[in-house]
Design a binder for this molecule. Structure first.
Ligand code: E4P
Length: 319
């Protein structure tokens, strides 16, 4: 009998959502995504001490004006070092996220993205293997527009609304990551309604985005992210890509059975969907009107920044 993971692979490209290099090989994912929280978590593990020590040692051969510059440099190089290892395991893309505190600064985001790509290229990893992850703020999306025009592919992350998704696609984003689980988290915390596999608002958000993109023939890849349970993934079988944590990959791998395709270009093209026009003021207005999306976007930026600061503290302790 086929595993649910193998069955899922017939409809969607499966991506591993982790910084834990050793945990994903057996699932043979196509790509890999990381974020500052996942990198911080991986650095805590003894398994990656050698990698951490190597990055620290390499930084000592460079000159820095201040300790903070060295710490910032090491934090960047650590995310890249994990990314390099991941490119050796997956055949496709590895996503590396820019610092969350740049989420409202287009120019600084562009500059940081170019530094990341240069570091990868200097280590022999071509830019066509890397996606730069940028938060789906208006400023972040303008950075994506500039980077895509210069041949740097981006993964727009922390997508909680159709408005953000359409703005990313209009900006020419290579890929977007609409979050599922964090939307469910918000609705569970803010309503008395019961949610199960039949009315999961995170799944509904991805369905809406996927249908819109396919209906209007956008090339931007839809990669659903942030899953809380196996059912969310199963209900999105057919989405272009699904980025899944090692524990849920394991669950899917252990469960047997053929899955049904839930999303398809053909089905989406037959649905009546009104066109959405997004410009800066409508983007800001719709996001502001959407309590869940504006809260989750802001919180997501705060949480990634918090983990990046914790990573920098760990680095400082080692210097
Ligand atoms: C991947 O790109 C996302 O950063 C990740 O799926 C977030 O997952 P979480 O909501 O479980 O933190």
């Amino acid at each position: 009998m086929i595993s649910q993971l193998e069955s899922l692979k017939k409809f969607s490209s499966v991506v591993a959502d982790t910084g834990d290099i050793d945990s994903i090989q057996k699932f043979s994912p196509d790509d890999c995504t990381t974020n500052p929280s996942l990198i911080f978590k991986a650095v805590q593990s003894n398994k990656y001490k050698k990698l951490f020590d190597e990055v620290l040692a390499n930084s000592k051969s460079r000159k820095f004006n201040q300790l903070n510059d060295q710490v910032d440099y090491i934090a960047d190089q650590l995310a890249i070092a994990f990314g390099i290892q991941l490119t050796k395991i997956v055949p496709g893309y590895v996503s590396t996220e820019v610092d969350s505190d740049l989420s409202f600064n287009t120019e600084a985001t562009v500059e940081k993205a170019k530094q990341i790509i240069n570091s990868y290229e200097q280590s022999g990893v071509p830019r066509n293997r890397i996606l730069i992850k940028i938060a789906g703020t208006w400023e972040g999306i303008q950075a994506v527009k500039k980077l895509e025009a210069e041949g740097i592919s981006c993964n727009c992350t922390l997508i909680f609304s159709i408005t953000q998704a359409v703005a990313c696609a209009e900006a020419g984003a290579f890929l977007i990551s609409p979050f599922v689980g964090r939307i469910l988290d918000w609705f569970k915390a803010n309503s008395s309604k019961d949610y199960d596999a039949t009315n999961d608002p995170g799944v509904e958000s991805v369905e809406k985005i996927y249908n819109y993109f396919k209906k209007y023939n956008y090339n931007t890849i839809v990669m659903a992210a942030s899953f809380r349970n196996k059912e969310e993934i199963i209900n999105l079988a057919g989405c272009d890509k699904l980025t899944i944590s090692p524990s849920l990959l394991e669950e899917l791998n252990k469960s047997e059975g053929e899955l049904d395709q839930k999303l398809s270009q053909n089905q989406s093209s037959q649905i009546d969907i009104d066109r959405i026009n997004v410009n800066e003021s409508s983007f800001r207005w719709h996001l502001n009107e959407n309590q869940m999306a504006s809260f989750k976007l802001a919180e997501g930026i705060r949480l990634f920044n918090k983990d990046l600061l914790k990573l920098k503290e760990t680095i400082r302790e080692q210097l």
